[in-house]
Design a binder for this molecule. Structure first.
Ligand code: AOF
Ligand code: ZN
Length: 375
């Protein structure tokens, strides 16, 4: 028996392992590739990785090109794992499907078909027509979760929306007009990590007034990943001394406002004006999200407050929920004190039961974090 051949023949578990590695690779450039999705590619020969690539910052070159350049001649006869169907179109770069064919790759595994109408199955078809054996849908669930921003922008023309809520055990978000820390330092660090994985973050004017947040990502190594900050501020009344206004030169701040122009003291600080449509005196959220998608924003995190969260939920605009929960009730536990009326969380068990699946659950010290994905 030829044992060495048997050892190098990948088993189904290996294919999944390589694709999982590919998906993790792609995540490194999430939010850094503009309107292009961040894709990962591994080229594997005799069980050894001979090439790897991630869609470059800014969106080009594509992942396959980078992996092929690394592998050079070793790409011949190799197996390619690509987190998204290789492109079939002549865009800014030549088609990756053709590049894989030209390099002599023998077999291709992909996790998801590219919904871009210039690709949409044509990449797979080109590879098959060239005699390459193609397997699609490997690790598809994980790929869908990772690509959700890109997929939502392609299918619904808007960014994917993560609603972040921090609630006390009795389901309160805080108290009117007061800054209360509901959850502890580990949950806070996780929020900063989440911010770093989104292109944009949005809050209502009331949250800025109550908390004076800066909404940046301040974890070591993620300082450069702070998202574009949007404030729903119909009357453009953001204080020039707020942390947001004071840091607008370093990390962009846009006031979404119905006024024709922002006050000069805000524009002087670098605060941008986002025009908006209004419906019944309220900022029209679907149109705002369309505008964001047109600017290349694929992932948006909504961080409060209760009214903004409620509007997003009611309009069915929430794709993911990051729910942080403290074990303490607001009224009796460590978060007690203060005089303002308690604010109820707009998220109900009925919302979760009807529309979301629990994806992941974590303990963060005494707090818990639960991540839900729209069904
Ligand atoms: C791939 N590999 O790494 C990425 C792909 O403007 P272009 O020419 O860069 O094309 C953008 C489209 O390419 C994008 O909408 C998506 O369909 C695909 N992205 N394809 O083969 C990659 N990022
Ligand atoms: Zn490509």
């Amino acid at each position: 028996m030829n044992t060495s051949a048997a050892q190098t023949e990948p088993c189904p578990g290996d294919h999944e392992r390589f694709m999982a590695a590919c998906l993790r690779l792609a995540m490194r450039h999430d939010g850094l590739t503009g309107t292009n999705p961040s894709v990962g590619t591994l080229l594997v020969k005799d069980g050894v990785v001979v090439g790897k690539g991630i869609t470059a910052r800014g969106g080009r070159p594509h992942a396959e090109r980078i992996a092929l350049d690394m592998a050079e001649d070793q790409a011949r006869g190799a197996t390619a794992y690509v987190s998204l169907e290789p492109c079939a179109h002549h865009g800014v770069t030549p088609p990756c499907a053709q590049a894989l064919i030209d390099a002599g790759v023998a077999e291709v595994f992909t996790a998801w078909t590219d919904p871009d109408n210039r690709v949409d199955g044509k990449g797979h078809a080109m590879l098959r027509a060239a005699g390459i054996s193609v397997h699609t849908g490997l690790c598809a669930d994980q790929a869908r979760r990772n690509l959700l921003g890109y997929l939502t922008r392609k299918s619904a023309g808007r960014p994917t929306v993560t609603l972040k809520l921090a609630v006390s055990r009795d389901g309160k978000l805080g108290r009117q007009g007061e800054e209360i820390a509901i959850t502890g330092p580990l949950a806070k660090a996780m929020v900063h990590r989440l911010r770093g994985g989104h292109n944009a973050i949005l809050v209502g004017r009331g949250t800025v007034e109550a908390d004076d947040p800066d909404l940046t990502s301040r974890l070591p190594g993620l300082e450069g990943r702070s998202p574009h900050r949007f404030v729903l501020d119909a009357h453009a009344s953001l204080s020039p001394t707020s942390r947001l206004a004071q840091t607008a030169r370093n990390v962009p701040v846009t006031l979404v406002s119905a006024v024709p122009a922002l006050p000069m003291e805000l524009t002087d600080l670098g605060v941008r004006h986002g025009a908006c449509e209004q419906h019944d005196g309220q900022i029209a959220l679907p149109e705002l999200l369309d505008d964001m998608a047109a600017q290349g924003i694929t992932t948006l995190m909504v961080e409060g407050g209760a009214t903004v969260a409620k509007s997003f939920l009611e309009l069915g605009l929430v794709d993911r929920i990051a729910l942080f929960q403290s074990p303490h009730p607001l009224l009796n536990g460590q978060a007690m004190g203060g005089q303002g009326a308690a604010i109820d969380s707009p998220l109900t068990q009925a919302h979760l039961n009807d529309g979301f699946d629990l994806d992941e659950s974590l303990s963060l010290g005494a707090d818990t974090a639960r991540f839900y994905v729209k069904r």
